[in-house]
Design a protein around this ligand. Structure first.
Ligand code: 0L1
Ligand code: MG
Length: 263
């Protein structure tokens, strides 16, 4: 794939992200053999295009990290993407469904590092040592591909379906919690929709941050300190609709986080 093709595909996806319409997955037609490396090049180009128009990166996110998500998507490996400032949804605020295509939500544990992480061979223990705080979060994912139907390279090129993040304000020292057994449930309009636990994310959410550091190391990059990092959904994703109140409740005093969808 040449640089012009990379740019064209990034522009094609970015337009769908901006104008909120579904597109056919890249591998369905012209690019059936799209590789994971090429997909990350498209994602990178898409990021550059967002940055060039004044957007900024809030922090990285891991995707497909829970056993539930891996099973739901019929894949085996996690992936990474980026949450941009333009995607931030303030806690307790109300979103418009028209700003999305077919959004879904997933409960996540966010990390803020005090020291940068440099792979390879990063371990969960090193991640916990480098962590300043963890916080509760909800990710809003919104694949630009028809019916959320994609292959691994497609979804990587689409910045891992990233479209929104609600960051809770409860900040806890990672070492004060058992992130492996921590429980979580997500409600919509007061009804419990999904239930999970920390171990659903690669055995421990810090493993997802270690995996991020190790993947970025292949590109000579680090996981920076001070940014919010989403470690991946703890449960399968849930579709949201007009008028919904979405709330996520964590155990171990990690608190809760909520937002609303306008009628
Ligand atoms: O954050 C995630 O786990 C989403 C990754 C992409 C898969 C999807 O859109 O469901
Ligand atoms: Mg996610």
């Amino acid at each position: 794939m040449n640089p012009q093709q990379v740019s064209e595909l990034a522009a094609y996806i970015l337009q769908a992200q901006d104008e909120k319409y579904e597109i056919r997955k890249l591998t369905a037609e012209k690019y059936p053999d799209l590789t994971i490396d090429e997909a990350y090049l498209i994602q990178e180009q898409l990021m550059k295009m967002r940055l060039a128009r004044g957007d900024a990166i809030l922090g990285p996110k891991m995707g497909l990290t829970s056993y539930a998500k891996l099973k739901q998507m019929h894949v085996t490996d996690p992936i990474y993407g980026y949450i941009f400032k333009s995607m931030h949804v303030p806690e307790g605020s109300t979103i418009m469904l028209t700003n999305y295509i077919h959004p879904k939500v997933e409960p996540e544990i966010g990390f803020i590092l005090k020291n940068e992480l440099k792979g390879p061979n990063m371990t969960k223990e090193q991640v916990l040592e480098a962590t300043e705080y963890v916080f509760p979060a909800i990710e809003i994912i919104d694949s630009r591909f028809e019916n959320f139907d994609f292959t691994m390279p497609d979804v990587i090129a689409d910045n891992t379906s990233a479209s929104g993040a609600v960051m809770g304000t409860t900040m806890r020292k990672a070492t004060s919690l058992d992130l492996e057994t921590i429980g979580v449930y997500l409600t919509i309009n007061g009804k419990v929709k999904t239930i999970g636990a920390g171990a659903a994310v690669l055995g421990h959410p810090a493993e997802a941050i270690a995996a991020l550091a190790n993947m970025l190391a292949e590109k000579g990059e680090v996981v920076e300190a001070g940014q919010p990092i989403l470690s991946g959904g703890l449960t399968a994703a849930t579709t949201i609709a007009k008028g919904d109140h979405i709330a996520v409740y964590f155990g171990e005093n990690l608190g809760s986080v909520e937002f609303f969808v306008a009628n």
